[in-house]
Design a protein around this ligand. Structure first.
Ligand SMILES: Nc1ncnc2c1ncn2[C@@H]1O[C@H](COP(=O)(O)OP(=O)(O)OP(=O)(O)O)[C@@H](O)[C@H]1O
Ligand SMILES: O=C(O)[C@@H](O)C(=O)CO
Length: 435
């Protein structure tokens, strides 16, 4: 069995979809499951979603090691550490500290890793990360609220976070095939290189890397390398579709956005253009998360009966200049904490009012939503967009969930995923609610 530790919730659903599509029966846990929780029979992959990306490094390390112990107890002999395809982290961590801890615990001499995920437009070449062909530091990621990425060189980014030697596996070696990659990994081990960042431009490169990493106790990267690894994992019940009713037929729906990524802002614009009811969560106007959430829910309760404007959206997403002003006012951490708590409370309030399809945008935001809803485990359903599967909780409320990475989905994604237009009135809500 392949055990996966994901550093955020949307990343976990992204990698779970890749593994499912790679032919592995995959189960997803939010947080480290208790010792009494056993993965279903025939499971080829277990994904544990942590909320460690933005945590203090020591907390990120502790939760990753706890997840590792649980995966090992379930018989995982191969472990994959899933981080963001845009390498979201700061010079203080958490990628370096978590990788160090996992590699030390598993006593791994060389870890092969790459954020390359061509299906999401991420490629690594000469150690530089490109987002849709643009260097990372020139992409919208340079404006990220918590982990602004202002360097595109992966060796430099990783060296700032670890004392262990970092090496580069160049694309011509990857293209030369598995034997050349194996030789390069062996050679890196003799030179004492701990982390080998592998260039990869397409799925073929990732399959080559996956075939070499198949027996390694630890590999790391985004969803791309996990998918390259999946065919090389012998366990699992083969291609295992989770049969599901059409989640877009589940009503009523609501959208919760905390991502400030360029793509999410575009998706919100599309919701406004479609005249969907939208509510802004403003932490400066009201920094008490409980009051902020109460007001948002009062707005929802007051939506006019008989309106056919469709599912409402709650958001704190703002463009970079507004974000900077808010962060100057409240501090970046406090603003994020207020908004995450408020968004979680809104999610719980909506579900208590009968909402049965919840669409969340942003990894931290989605983490707050699943925690507030008490969802601890889930099956991975069909893809709503590349990297964004429908999630069917096996604990907590009976709802269909979409946890969208900030940058994922086309411009109409939120409108489509929360459509078709529905009656958001209390009357419509009662009619649509499932028991
Ligand atoms: N208006 C705002 N002011 C300050 N912080 C905000 C604001 N809106 C959102 N945030 C915070 O910014 C962070 C956005 O991170 P989140 O992981 O949710 O989105 P993302 O990074 O775009 O998504 P992903 O990690 O899936 O790529 C959250 O912590 C959120 O609370
Ligand atoms: O790799 C990605 O870009 C996503 O799965 C992610 O981690 C978003 O938070």
């Amino acid at each position: 069995m392949l055990g996966v530790i994901a550093d955020d919730v949307t990343g976990a659903s992204d990698v779970a979809l890749s593994l499912r599509e790679g032919g592995l029966r995959t189960v997803l846990y939010f947080g480290v499951p208790g010792p009494d929780v056993t993965p279903p029979d025939g499971c080829g992959a277990v994904v544990i979603a942590l909320k460690s990306r933005m945590a203090a490094p020591e907390r990120a390390v502790a939760s990753s090691l706890e997840a590792l112990r649980r995966l090992r107890a379930h018989g995982a002999r191969r472990v994959y550490f899933k981080f963001c395809s845009t390498f979201d982290s700061t010079a203080d961590g958490n990628l370096g500290p978590v990788l160090d801890a996992l590699a030390d615990a598993l006593d791994v001499p060389v870890v092969l890793l790459t954020p390359s995920s061509p299906r999401h437009g991420r490629t690594q070449y000469e150690g530089h990360l490109f987002v849709n062909g643009v260097p990372l530091a020139e992409s919208p990621m340079r404006h990220h609220p918590v982990t602004p990425m202002t360097d595109s060189s992966l060796p430099r980014l990783l060296r700032a976070q670890t004392q262990r030697p970092v090496g580069l596996l160049r694309w011509d070696t990857v293209r030369a095939g598995a034997a050349a990659v194996r030789a390069a990994v062996d050679e890196a081990a003799t030179r004492g290189v701990r982390y080998l960042l592998a260039d990869a431009l397409d799925d073929g490169d990732l399959r080559t890397l996956g075939s070499v990493a198949a027996d390694a106790p630890l590999t790391a990267g985004a969803a791309g390398l996990a998918e390259g690894l999946a065919p090389a994992v012998p366990a699992g019940g083969g291609a295992a579709a989770y049969e599901e009713a059409d989640p877009s037929a589940v009503h009523p729906a609501a959208v919760l956005c905390g991502s400030c990524s360029a793509r999410t802002l575009e998706q919100l614009d599309a919701l406004r253009a479609a005249d969907r009811p939208t509510y802004r969560l403003d932490p400066v106007a009201e920094p008490d998360p409980a009051v902020l959430a109460e007001r948002a829910l009062a707005w929802y309760d007051a939506l006019p009966t008989g309106s056919s404007r469709g599912a409402p959206a709650f958001h704190s997403s703002v463009p970079p200049h507004e974000l900077r002003a808010i962060q100057r006012h409240l501090g970046a951490e406090r603003a994020a904490a207020v908004l995450e708590e408020a968004t979680g409370r809104v999610a719980a309030g909506l579900v208590a009012r009968g909402v049965r399809r919840v669409i969340a945008a942003g990894g931290e935001t989605s983490g707050a939503v699943v925690a507030a809803l008490g969802v601890t485990g889930a099956l991975v359903g069909r893809a709503a967009a590349p990297g964004v599967p429908w999630i069917h909780p096996t604990s907590g409320p009976r709802i269909a969930l979409l946890l969208k990475s900030g940058n994922f989905g086309g411009p109409d994604f939120l409108a489509t995923a929360s459509g078709p237009p529905q009656d958001p009135s209390p009357h419509g809500r009662r009619q649509g609610a499932r028991p």
